[in-house]
Design a protein around this ligand. Structure first.
Ligand code: KOT
Length: 812
């Protein structure tokens, strides 16, 4: 049973028994070095060693992978399919080694060859097949599904180029292509036999009352599999990524012979672009034909694969919901409803209403945002051009949905203003719709889908996000992880609620000291990397205050940097006062076309330039912004942080997951009542959390007040001084007008309420400083944060998905 499955048992039977001895591991690695990589130890480069090592570790993943797959077939188990346009998995070597119980032996054997694991691992490219929170959540969930023994597949796209690389020139963000596949990807099993044609465009013909779709082009989706091993190595699932392949069969010979050469090679051109690049927008999407085509490509290949697997063991398609659960990660794969209905009706002769019912029972939809610009809408014209049959199905669903609303004068529609609303479509074709934090789910019910919610009470459920403690504590923070294991024993890795056993140690001075030393080690690890990689030197004795996440106005990096300026001005006015030294750490990318976000990056870098070079203050305040923030940087940075900035405008951050990673690593949070902050604060205790800012309700009221931004500025001399310094060109001496637009927004609109929340944020930052000057108090609070974060394990989230949405049981 999924509910009664006790993950602690995992520990006892981990790979320990089957774990190789160092001698065996060494031999396996030398064999791969010679026969897979083709090198001798004398000639091998770090790259060669990493390849040999990765192949060695990968070999140990194959047995659990096979046995899990075989058992799922033999026991005819229900499978979960997690469809996502993004999987931000990061590096895999250490993660897989930990889950297979191989990390220690691996480190030891490398040392025998005179190699440091960190050095070897640092060369592994980050698989950055995602933008931010949504993609990283998918990766945490894959790992937790494997740990929980939930039979599952992740389906995504094998982008040739993941999220762009970021660097700064004169403080400005410059994007360059990312190239994670430039060298061999040792985790990849190519499956040329699993390939499906995906059609685009073309016409509909009527045949005896049935619609026949003749696509204009077809592209082959070909599968690449990566095993995802759960902690303890007892179960492994598959991440299946689709690559688009031009296919000789699909080349349009008729068109070619008729002289229409461009049309004949259309499928090839489309194939080349479909899995070429990840769209770099977090939470917003333009109405791009290629994006819609990518979404359909992922969805169609996956749904075809799911039906093929189901039909290999069953013949009654109406029983699909008993064996298949498909989860849509936001609306990006929301064409899954119409696609499944299409395949059932057009290819398997199921009647329309039964097909709708079957599809709806199979599908679930997770909503990750309320931002209006992020709610996908596709123009009817584009839909008709790319997916004419699907549009026809959506039109029928729309008619049915309107009928369901009876006499409502203004019924909600799936199609309105010549646009298909993918959120409304996803809702109507899902049996469960979930938000990602308690507050967010409340807003999804009340603000986004009130009409749906009344028509389908109970369909909306909350599943608060979680993060995997394997990557975000055991891997990222070995010194803290070791301290925890020494104190409460092993097993917390797959039973995170056990961290509660740390609570009494908050009162133990020896434990607090040990915690302080582990934090110090994490800081040294981070600063060592920062110095080596970016030539940035940081003092170790300072409060590390971090905000790392995508750049977005609602996340309010602007509030943070404006306060930093205020803090600098204060220090300058009274340099001898008893200031707590701070390092302000920023990290994150801006969408290439998001002008305001890029301007905020430039402001942060401009402020860093001035502040870091001020001899009067540089021992008390630093601002650092290492470029190209991603999973691997997060693994080093988060454990080093003392303070976690979670300062979004209330009601705008659906959940956040960085907030969880920081608190789990013993950072205290300064935050608003937004997203999962609300629940984090409830769990760790209000007295261990620095709260500030307007509530969601007050945000609504404040926005309705004419001139609120000017009023807030007039009430804050501190903030006016900051804006004046910016306006005078203090941070942009070569261009006094650089921030005119930003300042204008601050005075005249300020949609994100930076000015309204500034004074309260300043107060909370004052409390932070006071508290940090009392190390005993700070450490007590940090330890209680760690001890009370068990709830935010992605294992708990997955357990809830399994019981509340997927109705699937653990195989363990
Ligand atoms: C992107 C495009 C369209 C719709 C939603 C998104 C989106 C939302 N991308 N990331 N999110 C974040 O998802 C995380 C995981 O649920 C949340 O923690 C975070 O608050 C969202 O902003």
């Amino acid at each position: 049973m999924s509910q009664s499955f006790d993950a602690r048992q995992l520990r006892e039977t981990t790979a320990a028994e089957s774990a190789p001895t160092p001698a065996q591991f060494r031999q396996a690695m030398l064999r791969h070095l010679q026969y897979t990589v083709g090198k001798s130890p004398q000639q091998a480069s770090l790259f060669d060693w990493r390849m040999a090592l990765s192949h060695t570790v990968r070999d140990y993943a194959v047995d659990p992978w096979f046995s899990a797959t075989r058992r799922t077939w033999d026991e005819d188990r229900k499978r979960v399919y997690y469809l996502s346009m993004e999987f931000l998995i990061g590096r895999l070597l250490e993660d897989q080694a930990i889950n297979l119980g191989l990390r220690d032996v691996m480190v030891q054997v490398l040392a025998e060859f005179g190699l440091s694991f960190d050095e070897v691992a640092e060369g592994e490219p980050d698989a950055a097949l995602g933008n931010g929170g949504l993609g990283r959540l998918a990766a945490c969930y894959l790992e937790s599904m494997a740990t929980m023994g939930c039979p599952a597949y992740g389906y995504g796209l094998r982008y040739e180029h993941g999220l762009f690389r970021q660097h700064f020139e004169n403080g400005r963000q410059i994007e360059t292509p990312e190239n994670w596949l430039a060298t061999d990807n040792p985790w990849d099993f190519t499956r040329p036999e699993a390939a499906y044609p995906v059609g685009f465009g073309g016409e509909l013909h009527d045949h005896d009352g049935a619609s026949i779709w003749s696509p204009r082009s077809k592209v082959l989706a070909s599968a690449h599999d990566t095993p995802v091993v759960g902690y303890g190595g007892q179960w492994a699932n598959t991440l299946r990524l689709w690559a688009a392949m031009p296919s000789a069969d699909l080349f349009n010979l008729d068109r070619f012979n008729a002289g229409d050469f461009a049309a004949a090679s259309e499928p090839e051109a489309l194939a080349r672009s479909l899995s070429r690049v990840l769209y770099p927008n977090d939470t917003t999407e333009g109405g791009k034909e290629l994006r819609l085509s990518q979404e359909y490509f992922l969805t169609s290949a996956s749904v075809q694969d799911i039906l093929r697997r189901y039909l290999a063991a069953h013949d009654d398609l109406l029983k699909l919901p008993e064996f298949v659960a498909i989860q849509m990660n936001d609306t990006h794969p929301a064409i899954a409803g119409p696609e499944l209905i299409r395949l059932l009706v057009d290819e398997h002769a199921v009647d329309f209403d039964t097909a709708v019912e079957t599809a709806t029972s199979v599908l679930g939809y997770t909503n990750h945002t309320l931002l209006p610009e992020a709610l996908e809408r596709w123009s009817v014209g584009l839909m008709r051009k790319v997916l004419p049959r699907h549009l026809q199905i959506i039109e029928t669903l729309d008619t049915q949905f309107i009928a369901l609303q009876g006499q409502a004068p203004n019924p909600v529609r799936l199609i309105s203003n010549d646009q298909v609303s993918m959120g409304d479509l996803a809702f109507t074709t899902s049996h469960k719709v979930n938000g990602v934090s308690a507050l967010h789910t409340e807003l999804v019910s009340q603000e986004l889908f009130p009409v749906h919610n009344e028509l389908h009470p109970g369909r909306i459920v909350n599943i608060t996000n979680g993060v995997t403690p394997r990557r975000w504590l055991k891997l990222a923070n070995p010194s803290l992880a070791a301290l925890i294991t020494d104190t409460i024993g092993a097993g917390w890795e797959s039973d995170l609620e056990r961290l509660r056993e740390l609570e009494p140690y908050a009162e133990d001075p020896a434990f607090r000291d040990a915690f302080g030393r582990s934090k110090r080690q994490a800081k040294e690890h981070f600063t060592g990397w920062l110095a080596a990689e970016h030539g940035i030197e940081l003092p170790a004795e300072a409060l590390y205050d971090a905000q790392v996440k995508r750049l977005h106005e609602y996340k309010r990096q602007l509030l943070n940097i404006l306060w930093t300026i205020a803090h600098w001005q204060r220090i300058k006015r009274d340099p001898q006062a008893n200031w707590v030294p701070r390092v302000k750490i920023f990290g994150g990318k801006a969408a290439p076309s998001y002008h305001m976000a890029k301007l905020i990056i430039q402001l942060i870098n401009d402020v860093a330039e001035v502040v870091n070079n001020d001899p009067e203050t540089r021992h008390l305040l630093r601002v650092v912004y290492p470029p190209n923030y991603g999973v691997s940087m997060a693994e080093k940075l988060i454990p080093a942080a003392d303070l976690s900035e979670q300062i979004s405008t209330a009601g705008m951050e659906a959940s956040g997951t960085g907030n969880m990673k920081f608190a789990l690593n013993g950072a205290l949070t300064i935050g608003t009542l937004d997203g999962a902050n609300v629940e984090i604060r409830e769990h760790v205790g209000a007295e261990n959390f620095f709260l500030f800012g307007l509530t969601t309700e007050q945000v609504g009221e404040r926005r309705a007040q004419q001139g609120h931004s000017r009023a807030a500025l007039e009430a804050s001399q501190t903030l006016r001084d900051v804006l004046q310094a910016i306006a005078e060109g203090t941070f942009s001496p070569e261009d006094h007008h650089r921030y005119d637009g930003l300042l204008e927004t601050m005075w005249n609109s300020d949609w994100f309420l930076v000015a309204s929340d500034f004074e309260d944020y300043d107060r909370a930052q004052g409390e932070v400083a006071d508290c940090y000057s009392d190390p005993e108090k700070w450490q007590r609070m940090a330890i209680l944060n760690i001890a009370r974060m068990g709830y935010f394990s992605s294992d708990r989230s997955i357990r809830e998905y399994m019981s509340q949405i997927w109705d699937v049981e653990s195989a363990l």
